[in-house]
Design a protein around this ligand. Structure first.
Ligand code: FAD
Ligand code: NAD
Length: 443
């Protein structure tokens, strides 16, 4: 691409927003460098999705056993240290595997903290490296409450590495991380209290389904404190005191600050190139270019209006790969992005929401899946779904609450992505009897 620079493309960060595109790009012969100061693979692989879902396996096994009831004998309990060891065994090899994937494709991996010197030069641990194009893929980091004692609280990475499960956990916030980790900790035997900012739990999800999940967690012993107005954390012997509400106090063994994530631009020297980050990240145009045309941003750090999720980071990384290798000059067009919260039951959704359907005049059909034979196989007590069709009868949105929800939504996805009509949908014939088949044939 360029003879004036050491690299054609240099990525800052080695999460999905970088490595998913960087490796195939390097394989096309483009000169690629990836700079990482921590573990290759970034948040999702090491301290996010993969780590979390490894811990969740034991939770799902106990839920399954609970639902099957008298078909199984004996009580199942979760052994936390062994569950944690399982997570380590799955996750620990991944950074090295991903490094191999990058270097075998021909990319150079540079280790250290990257900082802008100018629009084509990045300092890595003090050494300058130049590139024609630079991709900022630095992700986000946990938000910390600005209150006295905030340093006594932990973040999601700490939870995912807990050697022993505390007896009582207090979680601040009621988003994805709060509800997923409350589900895991509660199933593994901890007492959990969730302190809400306002009244709403999982604000991005269909609230009638959220209420089913909340009611189930309450039944299992999780306490929800709405509008908690958390004011301070303090040590109290071996424990901690949370001050909230109107001078109320709660004693706990461990505090998780799950109040969201903020752009990771610390010591990146964005000012050297005239860029700034807002709360949603660094502004980009429809080609993922920042205000400096040869500097791009992708994944969580890019303020695109897309949710901060791994499939988005991967999609954007692959888009940039096609752009840098000359395979496209088109603007980025993101397809319907599904999302899920890994509670039990899970809530998964894709496409149009019920609120949007009401505005558009589209048709919402609800299904009580607990009475559908396929969902009776494992006796799931909470299982509901809804599908949204447009005026031509095409599926444009779907939401499900059940332990099967993510797979059911994945099965419906092709129809929404490709806007299939009912004749085309009838050509999607799945294996029977499976969840993928049931997702289409249960009305
Ligand atoms: C607990 C948790 C659970 C999650 N679960 C899910 C899930 O189930 N499904 C889902 O889709 N999403 C999930 N997410 C979100 C998902 O992890 C992110 O959307 C995804 O990791 C974004 O990828 P990224 O490459 O943009 O950023 P990251 O993965 O955060 O990668 C950024 C990388 O940049 C490096 N870096 C930063 N600054 C510098 C610098 N100056 N120099 C060098 N290196 C630098 C960092 O060390 C990091 O490795 C979860 C997130 C968390 C925190
Ligand atoms: N299954 C998944 O896909 C998954 C799982 C975990 C995380 N993630 C990603 O990571 C991001 C971060 O997760 P998260 O749960 O930290 O963020 P979130 O945005 O989902 O939730 C943040 C919560 O903190 C609350 N909050 C904000 N300020 C507060 C304050 N001052 N006091 C009390 N509560 C406050 C909010 O009301 C909200 O309930 C998610 O938005 C998502 O992009 C995805």
């Amino acid at each position: 691409m360029s003879e004036n620079f050491e690299y054609d493309v240099l990525y800052i960060g080695a999460g999905h927003a970088a490595h998913d595109g960087a490796a195939p790009l390097a394989a096309t012969g483009v000169k690629v460098a990836v700079v990482e100061e921590d573990l290759i693979g970034g948040t999702c692989t090491n301290r996010g999705c993969n780590a979390k879902i490894a811990l969740d396996q034991a939770v799902m096994a106990t839920r399954n056993a609970e639902h099957l009831g008298n078909m199984l004998q004996g009580n199942l309990t979760i052994d936390w240290p062994h569950t944690m060891a399982h997570k380590q065994a799955v996750i620990d090899p991944q950074p090295a595997d991903l490094r191999r994937k990058l270097t075998q494709a021909g990319a150079t991996v540079l280790t250290g903290h990257a900082q802008f010197q100018d629009a084509h030069t990045v300092l890595v641990a003090g050494t300058p490296h130049t590139a024609q194009n630079i991709v900022i893929a630095t992700g986000m980091v946990p938000h910390r409450l600005a209150i006295p004692g905030t340093e006594l609280a932990h973040d999601s990475s700490d939870f995912l590495n807990l050697p022993q499960l505390p007896k009582h956990l207090t979680i601040i916030g009621s988003g994805y991380i709060s509800l997923e980790f409350a589900t895991i900790a509660n199933a593994a035997g901890a007492d959990v209290t969730i302190m809400l900012h306002g009244q709403t739990v999982l604000r991005h999800f269909y609230q009638p389904y959220v209420q089913l999940v909340v009611a189930d967690l309450k039944r299992r012993g999780v306490t929800f404190i709405p509008t908690a107005n958390v004011q301070a954390f303090a040590r109290q012997g071996d424990q901690y005191q949370v001050t909230y509400g109107h001078d109320q106090h709660l004693t706990t063994d461990w505090i998780l600050d799950a109040t969201g994530r903020v752009p990771n631009v610390a010591d990146l020297s964005l000012d050297q190139v005239g860029l700034t980050a807002g709360p949603a990240g660094i502004p980009v145009n429809q080609y993922l270019q920042t205000a400096v045309p040869n500097i791009y941003a992708a994944g969580d750090i890019a303020a695109t209006g897309q949710p901060k999720l791994t499939p988005v980071a991967t999609y954007e990384s692959k888009y940039l790969m096609r752009r840098f290798s000359g395979q496209t000059t088109a603007a980025l067009k993101v397809p319907a992005m599904p999302s899920v919260v890994f509670t039990s039951p899970r809530i998964a959704q894709v496409g149009e929401t019920v609120a949007q359907a009401q505005e558009q005049g589209d048709t919402v059909r609800e299904n009580d899946l607990a009475h559908y034979w396929y969902y009776q196989l494992d006796r799931e007590p909470i299982a509901q779904s809804l599908q949204i069709h447009d005026d031509q009868g095409r599926l444009v949105g779907a939401t499900e609450v059940s332990d099967h929800a993510p797979d059911a939504i994945n099965a419906l996805l092709p129809a929404i992505t490709y806007q299939l009509d009912s004749d085309q949908v009838s050509q999607l014939v799945g294996i029977f009897p499976t969840l993928g088949y049931a997702a289409w044939h249960r009305a």
